[in-house]
Write a protein that binds this ligand. Structure first.
Ligand SMILES: *[C@@H]1O[C@H](CO)[C@@H](O)[C@H](O)[C@H]1NC(C)=O
Ligand SMILES: *[C@@H]1O[C@H](CO)[C@@H](O)[C@H](O)[C@H]1NC(C)=O
Ligand SMILES: *[C@@H]1O[C@H](CO)[C@@H](O)[C@H](O)[C@H]1NC(C)=O
Ligand SMILES: *[C@@H]1O[C@H](CO)[C@@H](O)[C@H](O)[C@H]1NC(C)=O
Ligand SMILES: *[C@@H]1O[C@H](CO)[C@@H](O)[C@H](O)[C@H]1NC(C)=O
Ligand SMILES: *[C@@H]1O[C@H](CO)[C@@H](O)[C@H](O)[C@H]1NC(C)=O
Ligand SMILES: *[C@@H]1O[C@H](CO)[C@@H](O)[C@H](O)[C@H]1NC(C)=O
Ligand SMILES: *[C@@H]1O[C@H](CO)[C@@H](O)[C@H](O)[C@H]1NC(C)=O
Ligand SMILES: *[C@@H]1O[C@H](CO)[C@@H](O)[C@H](O)[C@H]1NC(C)=O
Length: 762
């Protein structure tokens, strides 16, 4: 044994130097080739080489100090918008790990103008806020909007002479689950359903990242068009007031069934690059230092290969607010060791000291910077100037007619018709002589955007939109603000009533604005603020055709309005630039097709305290856990009417309807007919529930798939869904064999239903 081993080590003794020699020669040859023959000074600059080789080369060239200083960036000051990541001696340009200047938030097209005083990069297309994006339930449309926004980003990046920030990355959607309607950041979310949120986020990101088609699995040109940074991993769902020191207590079950699935889906669909760690603490551990979430789940369990960046305050809070470490040096050390690679903020400059104190070793720094640089290579940002395939997008597409039309379409599809007694809507253009447009939000551009947003060349208010249609049909428009969102004054009530009394029809436009629901600001009621409801009550008495439009980012609940003899009721999120889309809907020039992305409870008595994160504690949170008998909602998740009459024209067919294998492909289909009188889009929603489940922590019901499609008058279509029980997130935790109920409708109303039996003995 001994003899054999020494012979082995003898040959090993030679193999290593020989290999080393060969490698050195190869390396020197390649290096020589670069220095003497290539157009590039260093291999990392050569886009024809594999990224791993380029990355190794760049890592060997950067000094330890440079590596550390590439891991942090400012984002809150105007100058900080320009990241401090350039390395002039290697000709590496500036770069931002998260272009705060182009805050997608799904919505608003970045705070690229007048957001910080020195950041003025022109006009852009401004979309609805998050809940409005989700209420379209239209994946293809949202994919198109992602393309539109990234086209505008790249057009500005490469053509706007005085560009003040970097557009190759952007803070993207808030995909946190809207588990409580009072949370101030609900408007930025895609609502309360992990399935809808996941589908919409994938569609939006794939548009931004450079996929040619939604169903594609490879990037069109092999590089990222724009890198979206998704927020906030993972539990940050209110309260917002006190968020920098809030500790969310969450069961592992709720984490797995409610908060993590959206992120997993984005990774599975290759629709995520940057992840922003969260703000609050989870079960006592600050999110930017949460090794379990960042390293164990995100990386080791899901194989995420992008980078993690902190938000712009929480790094210091690890020490200051949470007292999780005694010093800032320990805080940054524990953060980077836990898998938080990059710091939005300046705290990571303390990594220099943290290393010298031995709090963190340099391998950890190398790993963090490698992850960041790997994504940066994939975005083409370290390729030679002029080689980005997206640099040829002309500036003329920014705020173009095509983009205005697409934006208008998105606004139109985001509108949700909640009640339409006596077919009050659409207003019949040929019968009207005068319309009264009343309400504090009817001609106020502050209700069209929410927190970070761009500026369009023109904000079209609801009143503007109505006036422009009315002028074509010789309809007179009268207008007054009527009531305030902020005070209960009745000083304009009489004027409003008089205008209504002399008109044929009336529209009231009210709701909230961002001062009621935004960062650091939660609500404690779901009611209309100020004098709005009082005025609505007076107007209702006049008994003429009356429509109410509520503009808010999250649920407004006024049960008083909900009755057969009252007004038509519509909801829209902060809708961006296109109030003309609303006018089209009111007059029937387009047909409502949006559905609620959240439950509208009757009142706050149906809600647990906002800081209680339990999903299934009675009466249950969100449509997935809510006991509809104990706490019937005013409107359920998925609810939305249209002007046309749709009928289920067949039963819900399930093939096969009995399985003995969870991997069997199952097809669910139903025939639906549009009985008129309008061509209209219909959102077919397929839900499931396990009626025999004894596992109480699991959702009662959940959306499985959905389809939105246009039906001509009298057209019938078979809508078909294919799925496997294995892919239902909780199937493996159910007591199977068992029964699964499936239905078409919304989360409450079952238009057609069927049963699937799982029986392993059959
Ligand atoms: C980066 O920022 C640091 C700290 O503010 C500053 O000392 C340094 O000069 C900056 N480097 C560049 C290249 O701007
Ligand atoms: C270019 O940007 C700088 C800084 O943002 C600003 O001071 C300057 O006025 C701008 N120039 C033009 C022509 O807009
Ligand atoms: C992650 O990668 C490992 C090793 O390649 C693989 O076994 C595992 O299935 C992957 N996990 C996921 C969720 O893709
Ligand atoms: C509008 O009113 C006119 C005149 O009464 C009628 O002919 C027309 O059918 C109505 N349009 C709709 C869409 O109801
Ligand atoms: C932005 O739009 C305004 C009109 O609202 C126009 O005056 C201005 O020139 C536009 N700016 C750019 C850069 O196109
Ligand atoms: C109430 O708000 C309205 C609209 O903002 C304002 O015009 C009015 O002066 C306010 N009235 C009082 C009494 O504060
Ligand atoms: C409505 O107008 C009629 C006359 O056109 C008038 O008699 C009535 O008092 C008015 N009602 C209100 C509430 O202003
Ligand atoms: C499953 O639930 C249904 C009703 O929801 C009931 O009729 C049936 O007996 C239950 N089956 C089992 C195996 O518990
Ligand atoms: C919805 O269903 C229709 C009819 O089967 C189909 O043509 C369309 O592609 C589907 N849309 C989506 C987004 O799946």
């Amino acid at each position: 044994m001994l003899h054999k081993r020494s012979r082995e080590s003898l040959s090993m003794k030679w193999i290593i130097p020989i290999l080393f020699f060969i490698c050195s020669i190869t390396y020197m040859y390649n290096y020589y080739k670069y220095v003497c023959k290539s157009n590039y000074d260093y291999p990392f600059q050569d886009p024809t080489l594999p990224i791993d080789i380029r990355l190794d080369n760049l890592m060997s060239l950067l000094t330890p100090e440079e590596k550390i200083d590439m891991l942090w960036m400012g984002a809150t000051t105007a100058d900080g918008e320009l990241p401090n990541l350039s390395v002039p001696r290697l000709n590496i340009r500036g770069y931002s790990w998260m272009g705060q200047g182009y805050v997608y938030r799904s919505a608003s097209n970045g705070c690229n103008i007048n957001c910080y005083s020195s950041v003025i990069d022109g006009n852009v297309s401004v979309l609805p806020q998050g809940t409005g994006i989700a209420s379209t339930w239209n994946k293809n449309l949202i994919f198109q909007s992602g393309i539109m926004i990234s086209d505008e980003s790249m057009a500005i990046q490469y053509n706007y002479k005085n560009k003040s920030i970097d557009y190759k990355t952007g803070a993207s959607s808030v995909i946190n689950i809207a588990r409580d309607p009072r949370w101030g950041r609900v408007p930025e979310t895609y609502g309360e359903c992990p399935i809808l949120t996941g589908e919409i986020a994938v569609a939006f990101n794939k548009g931004i990242m450079g996929y040619a088609k939604l169903e594609d699995t490879e990037l069109e040109y092999g590089i990222y068009k724009v890198i979206p940074v998704m927020r906030h991993f993972v539990d940050y769902d209110g309260p917002d007031d006190g968020r920098f020191s809030f500790n969310a207590i969450i069961s592992d079950n709720d984490l797995r069934t409610t908060y993590l699935p959206v992120w997993k889906k984005l990774i599975d669909e290759k629709a995520i690059v940057g992840v922003m760690s969260s703000i609050s603490a989870v079960n006592g551990i600050p999110s930017a230092a949460n090794k379990y979430l960042l390293n164990d789940v995100l990386r080791n369990e899901w194989n995420f290969t992008g980078y993690v960046i902190s938000d712009c305050d929480p790094m210091g809070d690890i020490q200051k607010s949470f007292h999780y470490t005694a010093t800032l040096e320990q805080a940054v050390a524990i953060s980077v060791s836990s898998g938080n690679d990059i710091n939005c903020g300046e705290e990571f400059k303390f990594l220099h000291k943290a290393i010298s104190y031995g709090f963190v070793n340099f391998d950890t720094i190398n790993l963090a910077i490698r992850r960041g640089l790997h994504s940066r290579f994939l975005s083409g940002n370290l390729d030679p100037i002029g080689t980005d395939p997206y640099s040829s997008i002309p500036y003329s597409i920014v705020d173009s007619i095509e983009h205005k039309l697409l934006t208008k379409q998105i606004v139109s599809e985001s509108i949700v018709l909640l009640q339409n007694p006596k077919q009050i809507l659409p207003f019949n253009l040929t019968k009207i002589k005068q319309i009264a447009v009343i309400g504090p939000s009817s001609n106020d551009i502050t209700v069209q955007a929410h927190t970070y947003h761009g500026t369009p060349s023109k904000w079209i208010t609801t009143l503007d939109g109505i006036q422009s249609i009315a002028s074509k049909y010789n309809i007179n428009v009268v207008h007054t603000w009527g009531a305030s969102r902020k005070n209960t004054s009745d000083e304009d009530f009489q004027h409003a009533i008089e205008l209504y009394n002399e008109s044929d029809i009336i529209l009231f436009v009210g709701g909230l604005d961002e001062s009621f629901e935004e960062e650091d600001t939660d609500r404690n009621t779901l009611q209309l603020p100020g004098g709005q409801l009082e005025l609505i009550k007076l107007l209702m008495k006049l008994n003429k055709p009356f429509a109410i439009l509520i503009i808010s980012g999250s649920p407004i609940s006024e049960p008083y309005i909900i009755n057969e003899n009252s007004a038509a009721l519509l909801w829209i999120s902060y809708f961006g630039q296109s109030g003309d889309a609303i006018a089209d809907i009111l007059f029937g020039l387009s047909i409502p097709s949006g559905c609620l992305p959240f439950t509208i409870p009757i009142d706050t008595s149906q809600l647990l305290p906002i800081d209680d994160y339990s999903m299934n504690k009675s009466p249950g949170r969100t449509y997935r856990y809510l006991d509809y008998f104990k706490a019937p909602p005013l409107f359920p998740f998925g609810y939305g009417l249209t002007y046309s009459k749709f009928k289920m024209n067949s039963k819900l067919n399930i093939y096969p309807n009995k399985i003995n294998n969870l991997d069997t492909d199952i097809v669910a289909n139903i025939n639906i007919i549009n009985q008129g009188p309008f061509p209209a889009q219909f959102v077919t929603q397929l839900y499931y529930e396990f009626p025999n489940s004894t596992v109480i922590e699991l959702p009662i019901r959940e959306l499985l798939q959905f389809n939105k499609t246009l039906f001509k008058i009298n057209e019938q279509k078979t809508i078909s869904f294919t799925f496997r029980i294995r892919n239902i997130p909780y199937s493996n935790r159910q007591q199977i064999p068992g029964i699964i109920n499936l239905w078409i409708g919304n989360s409450r109303d079952k238009y057609a239903q069927s049963t699937l039996i799982i029986d392993f003995d059959s």
